[in-house]
Ligand binder design. Structure first.
Ligand SMILES: C[S@@+](CC[C@H](N)C(=O)[O-])C[C@H]1O[C@@H](n2cnc3c(N)ncnc32)[C@H](O)[C@@H]1O
Length: 292
């Protein structure tokens, strides 16, 4: 078990460890279906014999979808910070009988140091990152590393995000102007497509496709009573580490001000039954490395 020098990354690790086995059930088939679409978007670059690096692999949804294409002549490496997710992923690899060509490694994607047979080689055809690019503190740095140190020339980077978490977006809308230093770029919650354009804009990649497709999950948040609203607030402040990390550093008066402004703004989004309903979409980006 490694520990990470960044308190933010450590907080994320604890958060995902605490979810553990519940992860795949939490959002129904959202992540496994999205993983299939993500791998399909890579097109023929993920084929028999390809090498795929899956950043922030979690329980391995994207890694296993890729493994079914690359087969025994290829390789898949999944990276994550969560020990518990990686343990689940390794068990699944055994169950599927793909352990021979699918590896999992506990590392921070912002500080990668790959062992043999990957060390110091631009050996990957594809780098993937499912539902995690927004929570990486410097996605631009990860893109640069992918292009210059990991991908073969002309290799591709495929990433997706799901949007939009309305109560969390409102939280950042009100908290940032009141002095909260968001651990993520708020653009990922207000406009995930703009988030992708932003990170690829000055990168060594050419953005080839950016799509938005409907997913099977309907996003709903109950804010019909004071108790339900309080629970929703707690779910952002306590559970959604990647959005609220560092909020406890603020003065309690400022936190109270944020909470009040958040609750007020939340009302604008509620239906007559006090429930907030949002269209959930998968935003998927495919980019080709221009690095020689
Ligand atoms: C929403 S989950 C997505 C998991 C998986 N890719 C999927 O599509 O189901 C986000 C994952 O990102 C991982 N993660 C977040 N920051 C990371 C980092 N800096 N390095 C490695 N993994 C990270 C978390 O541990 C978690 O497993």
């Amino acid at each position: 078990m490694s520990s990470f020098s960044s308190p933010y990354v450590e907080a994320l690790r604890s958060f995902y460890n605490a979810i553990g086995k519940r992860y795949n059930g939490l959002t129904g088939s959202l992540h496994s279906e999205s993983a299939q679409r993500l791998v399909t978007a890579a097109g023929s670059t993920i084929k028999a014999g390809s090498w795929v690096l899956d950043l922030a692999t979690g329980t391995g949804n994207v890694a296993f979808a890729a493994a079914s294409r690359v087969g025994r002549t290829g390789r898949v490496l999944g990276i994550d910070i969560s020990d518990d997710f990686l343990e689940l992923a390794s068990q699944e690899a055994k169950r599927l009988g793909v352990g021979e060509f699918v590896d999992f490694l506990q590392q921070n994607v912002s500080d990668l140091s790959l062992p043999e047979p990957y060390a110091g080689r631009r050996c990957f055809d594809v780098v993937t990152c499912g539902s995690a690019i927004a929570m990486i503190p410097s996605p631009e740095m990860v893109l640069a590393m992918a292009a210059t140190e990991l991908l073969k020339p002309g290799g591709i980077f495929v990433a997706d995000m799901h949007g939009t978490h309305v109560p969390a977006k409102i939280f950042l809308d009100v908290a940032v102007p009141l002095g909260f230093e968001s651990p993520i770029d708020p653009v990922w919650l207000s406009d995930p497509q703009a988030g992708f354009h932003k990170i690829f804009k000055d990168s060594i990649f050419e953005l080839k496709a950016l799509t938005a497709s409907n997913v099977s999950l309907e996003a709903k948040w109950d804010a019909s009573t004071a108790e339900a609203t309080e629970k929703l607030w707690e779910s952002i402040i306590v559970d959604s580490t990647w959005i609220s990390f560092g909020v406890d550093k603020l003065d309690s008066k400022v936190i109270a001000e944020i909470k009040q402004a958040w609750a007020k703004k939340l009302s604008d989004y509620k239906g007559p039954d006090g429930v907030i309903v949002a269209e959930m979409k998968q935003y998927l980006a495919v980019a080709i490395s221009k690095s020689e």
